[in-house]
Design a binder for this molecule. Structure first.
Ligand code: 2P0
Length: 323
């Protein structure tokens, strides 16, 4: 059995958002979601099982991590250890590759890379579908980072049929401009924010109903490579998620003044005939969906307000790779 494995996984941005769990333990989502995997942000992780150590040791970007972070990794690796019927501790070395000051360290690329590395190191040889089921139990959005391009995470009915499927390789003129409004860690984690929204927002039912329809429509638009439709559906879906969050008690408002400034620039650009649409997650940063070939024009416009290093133009990225 190989005792060592190393892999890379790229981050993804949801166009149809996942927001809410029906099972916290298994990480089963309330609704299906769809994302674009990005080229510019990724994580590389190495897992080395070693019977001479007393417990797991987790290093992130060269720094040994605290008990809470290590426990989350240990619980995740236990899934692999249990299937492989082995009880050996591991050294885990993980590096996040994000452009300077991006502040986009992502649990999606993190747990997808960890799953892919553990798969090799444990000798389990799980296929991509099974790996997406494992990655899901580390962090919901990691389910989708197993594949490149456009990826759907089908909510399923239980632990075994909630996984990702590749929808389109995105090898056409589409990309994103990421605007780093604030690189600081968010104040309310996605995990806590979702729970609060599901249990207290009166708009949650409406969100769920409309997310299913958005998913259906965006898949048609992706097949047609219709960037205008893809963008419109994604933007509307993101605003609906944020409206639902605002309905929570106490309300969840992730926007900052600069987030709204980006919204205005996107509107201006659209008035000038540039197809661009925004989406936001559980934080103030804004992601603009556009033609990759127009990314530089959009960046230049944003540079009137933001520093160049706050704006990252990226194309679609690949799925997991063994290193
Ligand atoms: C998404 N987000 O679909 C949504 C949209 C943020 C807003 O998935 O609790 O880190 O680990 O399953 O995956 C962020 O939440 O949450 C997220 P857990 P995760 O990308």
């Amino acid at each position: 059995m190989a005792n060592r494995g190393k892999a890379r996984a790229h981050a993804n941005i949801a166009l149809i958002k996942y927001w809410g769990k029906k099972d916290d333990e298994l990480v089963l989502p309330m609704n299906s979601s769809l994302s674009l995997t990005l080229d510019a942000f990724y994580t590389e992780t190495e897992v080395i099982f070693n019977k001479d150590i007393d417990r797991d040791y987790f290093y992130l970007n060269g720094d040994i991590q605290n008990e809470a972070a290590t426990n989350r990794v240990t619980r995740f690796l236990n899934l692999f250890r249990s299937t492989a019927k082995m009880n050996i501790p591991a050294i885990i070395k993980s590096t996040n590759y994000v452009p300077t000051a991006a502040g986009l360290a992502s649990s999606a690329s993190g747990f997808a890379a960890l799953a892919a590395a553990a798969n090799i190191a444990s000798g389990l040889n799980l296929d991509h579908r099974e790996l997406s089921i494992y990655a899901r139990q580390g962090s919901g959005s990691a389910t989708r980072s197993i594949y490149g391009g456009f990826v759907e995470w089908q909510k399923g009915t239980g632990g075994d049929d909630s996984y990702a499927i590749p929808i389109d390789d995105a090898k056409w003129d589409i990309g994103m401009v990421i605007v780093i409004v604030n690189p600081e860690k968010k104040t309310v984690s996605s995990r806590a924010g979702m729970k609060r929204t599901v249990s207290t927002s009166p708009f949650y039912k409406g969100w769920l109903e409309s997310a299913e329809e958005d998913l259906k429509q965006i898949k048609i638009a992706i097949k047609r490579r219709d960037i205008e439709q893809v963008g419109q559906i994604a933007e509307s879906n993101s605003f609906k998620m944020h409206a639902t969050m605002l309905g929570a008690k106490p309300p969840l408002l992730y926007w900052e003044p600069e987030s709204i400034m980006v919204m205005e620039i996107v509107r201006e650009l659209r008035n000038q005939g540039i197809l661009c649409y925004l989406t936001m997650d559980a934080g103030p940063n804004v992601k603009i969906i556009c033609k990759l070939s127009e990314g530089r024009i959009i960046k230049r416009k944003l540079e009137k307000i933001f520093k160049s290093k706050q704006i990252i133009v990226t194309g679609p990225g690949p799925g997991i790779v063994a290193l």
